[in-house]
Write a protein that binds this ligand. Structure first.
Ligand code: ADP
Ligand code: MG
Length: 371
């Protein structure tokens, strides 16, 4: 009797240990399933959902508590995904590998996913159900689109540069002949005005061509240690003269740090950055407004920040996002190259350029440069 008891106890202990071990294996597998970033949905032979891991919940924004035990076709076809690939797998043993589809989650967001399905079998080869694994491709799709856009822009840029180069010679000819014509006409000849229009048009085309070439060609930078405040001041004075000539009532406010500030930069090239930003600010204000330009030190003198603020018409978020793209413009006669050029130059100076803007209120551009 005693022996039997001892034997029984021993067996009991063994059994409970093996149960514990199985439990720990099950937990371990569950942890793996829940920590992967791949969505996993499994169904049994009836097509009812038995597994719906964390990633699946995140992608579909469904709660596992609400879907476990429910029919896959009810959960999926009504709520999210019109295709029922997993049920095809179950019914026709058709397995999918790395296919793409879109699912609409409960928050009505369309999510591109890459998925695979397979049958779940036990060790005797009997089918127990089917499983679908899917990965959120939103980020990858976005990157793919960006790469595609960069490629298109590069191709466009190259074409534009060729065109710009080609039109320069005939433009030079037109400008030259128009100047000769102007010289031959009497001072009070009414046709002088027409010739003047031709000359103006040619010089505008020349500017566009020069901008295109400037943007698309590799820049030659000559770094020098020089006072940047003087450069800002000079360009601003140039701007002032131009605004005065155009009889526009724009007040210019200078708020510069008191001492001069020598940093390493290319003054000639950098003038382009300032001029483009000042011009945009003036454009946004039409005939009346205030342009405030500040030059300040930041981060204990490690950076220099030039900020340009206008109280013009500002811009929407969607404009702000495209602002630095070459050829992006909202102006009927714009080239969309001003800020693309500015960014390229600031990048070469290892600086940063940022924008804050509110529609109807105004815009602030900040250029941060290393000192
Ligand atoms: P362009 O001046 O030829 O249009 P830019 O690259 O200089 O090209 O500017 C791109 C666009 O950014 C402008 O068309 C305009 O919509 C917007 N933008 C730039 N600066 C400002 C500003 N200060 N206020 C409002 N909109 C601006
Ligand atoms: Mg511009």
């Amino acid at each position: 009797m005693n022996d039997l008891n001892v034997e029984l106890n021993k067996k009991n202990k063994e059994l409970s240990e093996s149960l514990k071990e199985m439990d720990s294996i099950r937990n371990h597998l569950k942890n793996i399933l829940e920590s992967m970033n791949m969505g996993v949905v499994a169904v049994d032979l009836d097509g009812k959902i038995t597994v719906f891991n964390n990633a699946a919940q995140k992608i579909t924004s469904l709660k596992s508590g609400n879907v476990i035990g429910k029919y896959y076709k009810d959960v999926y076809s009504e709520l999210i995904d019109e295709s029922s690939t997993l049920l095809d797998t179950l019914k026709d043993c058709k397995e999918y590998e790395n296919e793409e589809k879109e699912i609409r989650n409960t928050e009505d967001l369309i999510i591109p996913v890459e998925y695979s399905t397979s049958l779940v079998k036990n060790e005797h080869g009997e089918v127990l159900g089917a499983v679908e694994m899917f990965v959120d491709m939103t980020e990858i799709k976005k990157l793919e689109e960006e790469v595609q856009r960069a490629r298109t822009l590069a191709a466009l840029g190259e074409m534009a540069a060729n065109v710009a180069h080609e039109i320069r010679n005939p433009l030079g000819g037109i400008g030259g002949f128009a100047a000769l014509l102007e010289r031959d006409l009497e001072i009070d000849d009414p046709r002088r005005n027409l010739v003047k229009k031709i000359i103006e048009g040619v010089s505008r085309l020349n500017r566009i061509a020069a901008n295109l070439l400037f943007y698309t060609r590799p820049l030659e930078i000559k770094f020098q240690k020089q006072d940047i405040i003087k450069t800002v001041d000079d360009v601003l004075s140039l701007m002032e003269v131009e605004l005065e000539q155009e009889e526009r009532n724009i007040e210019i406010v200078r708020d510069f740090m008191p001492d001069c500030k020598e940093i390493r930069f290319d003054p000639e090239v950098f003038q382009q950055v300032l001029l483009n930003i000042f011009k945009n600010a003036a454009d946004s204000m039409e005939d009346k407004g205030k342009l405030t330009v500040r030059v300040k030190e930041k981060n204990e003198g490690k950076n220099l920040v030039i900020s340009v603020e206008d109280n013009g018409k500002g811009m929407s978020l969607s404009v702000q996002r495209k602002l630095f793209n070459p050829f992006f413009t909202t102006k009927p006669d714009g080239t969309g190259l001003g800020l693309a050029i500015a960014k390229k130059i600031v990048d070469i100076h290892k600086g940063e350029i940022k924008v804050k803007s509110e529609e109807g209120k105004g815009t602030l551009f900040e250029i941060k440069l290393p000192v």
